[in-house]
Write a protein that binds this ligand. Structure first.
Ligand code: SF4
Ligand code: SF4
Length: 460
């Protein structure tokens, strides 16, 4: 068997990263509204929104303040009542610049009259309601939910997978959703089953969350009926179990081919918090204005799970968690494997954030990379069956065609390769740069954009 055959037949990959779920038992605390929120106009994959209110306007909780007429987008709502005081620009952690709206809270939290349960009688109403709710994938991807729930071939979808794996170390926000809002999850599952006419829903949870498995299994047992079933599936606690393609393989045995979507193999994957949100939105009509996040890391004085208004500055979030007990050496939006490093704490919470982690100096290991010893651990751990050293060599040679042929565009930047590398090589960074080279090779010369300028997190 040659290496290509071996790689394509392989079913594993992934790593055993330490779980460090320190906040698993921390019941969610509601953070009071901040003095001001900063709403980025890009909080999802797709077209950015443009403001539908202007500086000086008064806004209320749940009011649409920005929207887009492009199909792949989602409206943005205010989480506070108050006044729009300015428009600004943010540099998001991924390097993208975006416009942002600053709203000063009046502390009254008046609810906008548009906030009422939507009338949903059929599938089209359901999709419209999900769009109006502003929901994007809450597990970190930020893909507009109404697009996900409206696949090209809806009739071919036979399985909806509810992603409650939460495989990233430290993060426990989805776990708390399972424990605190299990009825919302099951109600959301029933809604999706009804409107998508799906025969099977699998709620996927890693084995290291037995309380969540027990809680959901108890309720799900009463839901399966008349040819429809809701299964709570316990999966090995192995990072990146929650990655879409890995999850589909683990739950159904189906492999999503390169360049194809989950819907091409009859699956639709939704984050567990997104499913629960749909249920609440249909009951209350309150759009996505807040969310649960985990705040943890060695520098945080009092780690917590909190429900926070979207747009709250991260420094306010950290301050609500007792501030820092050590100097923060690394601040992350998201988990330690796939999270993005922040240059400062001025940026706001985005819809798709599920964690803020702050680490002290002693926890930020900066080992100098050494020469590749060709041990193959990165290959063994790659869930996408890539061979990172080959891609790295193609990158060194500036050979974009070879990088593409070696499948670099399927790299999901999970970090398993870097995590397992004994030579501390910066493999993920190389993968990111290699992907950039492939994109550049496909961009017509005249359409090339100027590179984003660095190091201006918030221009007030
Ligand atoms: S970051 Fe990319 S190359 Fe590395 S293990 Fe993950 S998918 Fe594979
Ligand atoms: S894990 Fe590191 S040292 Fe081993 S082959 Fe991959 S890049 Fe080289």
């Amino acid at each position: 068997m040659d290496i290509k055959e071996w790689l394509s037949n392989r079913t594993r990959g992934g790593v055993h990263a330490p779980h460090r779920k320190n906040t698993a038992q921390c019941e969610t605390v509601i953070m009071p509204p901040p003095e001001r929120i900063i709403l980025a106009m890009t909080q999802h994959i797709g077209a950015p929104c443009t403001p539908v209110v202007k500086v000086g306007d008064t806004v209320e909780v749940g009011q649409v303040v920005a929207d887009s007429d492009k199909p792949v987008s989602a409206p943005i709502h205010s989480g506070v009542s108050g006044k729009v005081v300015s428009m600004t620009e943010l540099l998001l952690p991924g390097g993208m610049k975006t416009a942002a709206m600053v709203i000063e809270s009046d502390g009254e939290q008046r609810i906008h009259p548009s906030v009422k349960p939507p009338v949903v009688e059929n599938y089209d109403d359901f999709i419209k309601a999900v769009r109006a709710s502003g929901l994007v994938g809450l597990g970190g991807a930020g893909f507009p939910a109404h697009i996900k729930l409206h696949p090209r071939s809806l009739d071919d979808i036979d399985t909806v997978i509810v992603n409650a794996a939460e495989c990233e170390p430290y993060i426990t926000s989805d776990y708390r959703e399972c424990i605190e809002n299990s009825w919302d999850i099951i109600s959301g599952v029933q809604t999706v089953m009804e409107f998508l006419d799906t025969a099977r829903v699998i709620i996927a949870v890693e084995r290291n969350k037995p309380a969540a498995i027990a809680e959901l299994s108890n309720i799900a047992a009463g839901v399966s009926k008349s040819g429809r079933e809701v299964i709570v599936k316990s999966l090995p606690a192995r990072y990146p179990q929650g990655a879409e393609k890995v999850l589909i393989k683990a739950c159904t045995g189906r492999r999503v081919p390169t360049g194809k979507l989950p819907s091409d193999v009859g699956c639709l994957v939704m984050n567990v918090a997104s499913i629960a949100f749909i249920s609440r939105y249909l009951k209350t009509g309150m759009p996505l204005v807040d969310k649960r996040i985990t705040v943890d890391g060695s520098a945080i004085a009092r780690p917590k799970n909190i429900r926070v208004i979207i747009g709250t500055p991260i420094k306010d979030v950290i301050s609500f968690c007792g501030g820092t007990k050590f100097k923060t050496r690394k601040l992350l939006m998201g988990g330690p494997m796939m999270g993005l490093a922040l240059m400062d704490d001025e940026l706001p919470i985005l819809k798709q954030n599920n964690a803020i982690l702050a680490f002290a100096e002693e926890d930020v290991r900066l080992t100098e990379p050494s020469t590749c010893i060709r041990c193959g651990r990165c290959v063994d751990s790659c869930p996408m069956n890539l061979v990172p050293p080959w891609i790295a060599a193609a990158y060194q040679n500036g050979d974009a065609a070879a990088m593409e042929k070696l499948g670099v565009m399927t790299c999901m930047e999970c970090g398993c390769c870097s995590f397992s590398c004994p030579a501390s090589r910066q493999i993920v960074q190389t993968m990111r740069m290699a992907k950039g080279e492939v994109r550049k090779a496909h961009t017509p010369k005249t359409a090339e954009k100027e590179p984003a300028k660095e190091k201006t997190a918030v221009n007030k």
